[in-house]
Design a protein around this ligand. Structure first.
Ligand SMILES: Nc1ncnc2c1ncn2[C@@H]1O[C@H](COP(=O)(O)OP(=O)(O)OP(=O)(O)O)[C@@H](O)[C@H]1O
Length: 369
């Protein structure tokens, strides 16, 4: 045993074998003639954490299964570190791809101890080495004392960490995770997720995470692949996806929006609530101005500081804990506006107020999109 090989971070060092890059090239997948994935082309750099994000049925799991080698694409190619592992008549089976898998239900064996569960992924090693590596992985996730326990004796969060230990113990080049945090309750989820990401970053392994939770994707990823009905809507860094969504649908996926219709004239959309600069639109084009709920600011009505605010009236206030959700009516605008306000100031129903919009929370799309 190498001394260095068995030190795993603050709890010891979790090092990946060698992180691998993944290239998906025009991947298509159909089941009984039903097209589930269409023209999927994107690349993942070695060591990146990428989320596959989309609604139920978007094809996220199918794409993950193709990466794992559990499913074959109908056409297209998948390269692992530049080498074709699926397509062109080649098919490299899962066990020869050096990928680790972690599922939503953790898939722990109930009749095996925690240690034996983790050793399960280390069958290629001599028993003694597998024991050492499994204990090191358990130590990294803070569960070395639980080696002799059985899965049913552990909480959900602990079981998730066992599954993580089992997945990282063989030091995979790519770790594929299918909704790995969805079985945990909200409060636990944040902690376990942050811990898991810390371990993954430390390993340096390439990681693909399936999720349907936009906030989770924003929080953990280097890149997000947004999928809709089997095709890619956008592949981008979290900030780019959030602030520059390619279309209305992508914007709606991340934020609750207030929407106002308008018409473009001389590079600006004219709406009942004002004029918004809009590059790249043609005169006469119908456009949709979308404003995030948290990008609307409420002001006290009589306040010289905010004379440019639009006149509005509070319709109702809903208490949501840290923030308040207001429904307001803006003068000359038929649509009610919803506003998330964390200012702490309380406005009351019936109160005359002013509203203004934060530039970065205003998104403009062609009406047809
Ligand atoms: N083996 C299969 N045979 C037939 N249809 C399948 C198979 N696997 C997946 N599908 C179909 O492919 C579509 C995409 O499924 P997939 O599980 O990839 O979506 P998903 O985005 O992961 O959804 P969810 O979030 O609900 O898991 C669905 O319509 C599903 O019914």
């Amino acid at each position: 045993m190498h001394e260095g090989r068995n030190r795993w971070g603050s709890r010891g060092t979790a090092r990946a074998a060698i992180a691998a890059g993944l290239d998906f090239e025009a991947i298509e997948c159909s089941f009984d003639g039903h097209e589930v994935l269409r023209d999927i082309s994107f690349s993942i750099e070695p060591g990146q954490i990428v989320s596959l994000l989309g609604a139920s049925g978007a094809g996220k799991t199918t794409l993950l299964r193709i990466a794992a080698g559990i499913e074959s694409p109908t056409s297209g190619k998948l390269r692992l570190n530049g080498k074709v592992v699926a397509g062109e008549g080649v098919f490299v089976p899962p066990e020869a791809r050096n990928v680790g898998l972690m599922f939503q239900d953790y898939a722990l064996f109930p009749h095996l101890s925690i240690l034996k569960n983790v050793m399960f992924g280390l069958k290629d090693l001599p028993l003694k080495s597998a024991d050492i590596e499994a204990r090191a992985a358990l130590k990294r996730v803070g569960l070395e004392e639980y080696a002799d326990h059985f899965p049913h004796m552990l909480s959900g969060g602990q079981q998730q960490r066992v599954a993580l230990a089992r997945a990282i113990a063989p030091r995979p080049s790519v770790l594929l995770m299918d909704e790995p945090f969805s079985g945990l309750d909200n409060r636990l989820r944040d902690r376990v997720r942050d811990e898991t990401i810390a371990v993954l970053r430390e390993m340096g392994a390439t990681c693909v995470i399936v999720t349907h939770d936009p906030e989770e994707a924003l929080r953990v990823s280097d890149r997000i692949l947004l999928l809709k009905n089997g095709h890619i809507v956008q592949y981008a860094k979290p900030e780019d996806l959030y602030f520059n969504p390619v279309d209305y649908w992508a914007a709606r996926f991340f934020s609750d929006l207030n929407e106002v219709e308008g018409v473009v004239k001389a590079g600006a959309v004219h709406t009942p609530i004002g004029v918004f600069a809009a590059d790249g639109f043609e005169d006469g084009q119908d456009a949709l101005v979308c404003i995030r709920q948290q990008g609307v600011k409420l002001h006290k009505a009589i306040n010289e500081e905010y004379v440019s605010a639009l006149p509005a009236r509070v319709k109702r206030r809903m208490f949501l804990g840290e923030i308040d959700l207001y429904e307001v009516t803006i003068k000359d605008c038929d649509n009610p506006f919803f506003v998330r306000s964390g200012s702490g100031h309380i406005f009351v129903p019936g109160e005359n107020i002013g509203v203004s919009f934060r530039k970065k929370d205003v998104l403009i799309f062609a009406k047809s999109s």
